[in-house]
Design a protein around this ligand. Sequence first.
Ligand code: SF4
Ligand code: SF4
Length: 124
Amino acid sequence: MSKSSKLSASNAKKAQALDALYREIPAFECVDGCTACCGPVPFSEIEAERAGLKRIEGSTDLICPFVKDNGCSIYAHRPFMCRLFGTASQVPQLHCPKGGTCENPMSERRAGALLNRYLKLNRR
Ligand code: SF4
Ligand code: SF4
């Protein structure tokens, strides 16, 4: 059973919309085992549920709990913000510290538009 199929019924539709949003982010392959850009990262309710994360509010963690010695332990289910690194060449804060990039990086405007849709989706 996939993690997405374990989602509560009320979140299943939102999860589909979220996956569609993920697919609009240009494809980017991280360096194997790398966690160089990982820090405290926001998870939406669906992303937390899918990753099996219990606590998303009021956390004081300074590092994401999924950082492991061999890389991100939920790579296929990493949240939206993690997926932006290396895919928006005009946004310095989103540059991949390992110098990775993708074939068709997003403009700042495009990245901002996707972020707004992500925030809107998670407010509903
Ligand atoms: S985006 Fe770059 S720095 Fe971040 S995990 Fe992937 S390869 Fe590492
Ligand atoms: S979810 Fe994965 S990629 Fe994102 S910050 Fe955590 S360990 Fe890094």
